[in-house]
Design a protein. Structure first.
Length: 138
C-alpha cells in the first residue's frame, strides 16, 4: 500500500527560502527576552509573533500534508508580508544596529527568493501544461 502524499517540491530557491526564514525567525526569537526586559518600551510580543509567524508559515509551505496544499500560496504571501512589515518597521522605528541590518538583509533575500519561487512554480506549471497539450490523445 502506498500513501498519496502531497510533497512540495524543494529546489535551490526553496532551500534559500527555508534557510532565510529559519535564520530570521531564530534571530527574532533570540531577541525576545531582551525586548521583554525593556518593559513597556520593548517589543517582545511583536518579536514572538514575528518569529512564530515565520515558522508557522514555513511549515505550511513545506510540510508534506495534503490538507496544507491549498494554503501554500497564502503561506508564501504571509512570509513575504511579515518580512516586508519587519523591514519597514525597522526603518520607521530607527533602532539601528548591526544585528538589525543583518536581519533586514536576510529578510530582503527571503522576499526575493519567495517571489522567485512563485515564478519558478508558475513556470513549471506552464511547462507541464504545454507538454501535456502536445501529447497525442490515445
Amino acid at each position: 500500500m502506498t500513501l498519496n502524499v502531497d510533497r512540495p517540491s524543494i529546489g535551490p530557491i526553496s532551500g534559500v527560502v527555508i534557510l532565510t526564514t529559519l535564520a530570521t525567525a531564530a534571530i527574532h526569537l533570540y531577541l525576545v527576552p531582551e525586548e521583554f526586559d525593556k518593559g513597556a518600551t520593548g517589543y517582545g510580543t511583536l518579536f514572538v509573533l514575528t518569529g512564530v509567524g515565520y515558522l508557522a508559515a514555513l511549515a505550511v509551505m513545506y510540510v508534506p500534508w495534503p490538507r496544507l496544499s491549498p494554503l501554500r500560496g497564502l503561506a508564501r504571501l504571509v512570509i513575504v508580508g511579515i518580512a516586508l512589515a519587519a523591514i519597514i518597521a525597522y526603518l520607521v522605528l530607527e533602532f539601528f544596529d548591526t544585528l538589525g541590518w543583518v536581519t533586514k538583509a536576510i529578510e530582503a533575500v527571503l522576499v526575493i527568493a519567495a517571489v522567485g519561487e512563485v515564478a519558478t512554480i508558475r513556470g513549471d506549471r506552464d511547462d507541464a501544461r504545454s507538454s501535456n497539450a502536445r501529447q497525442p490523445v490515445a
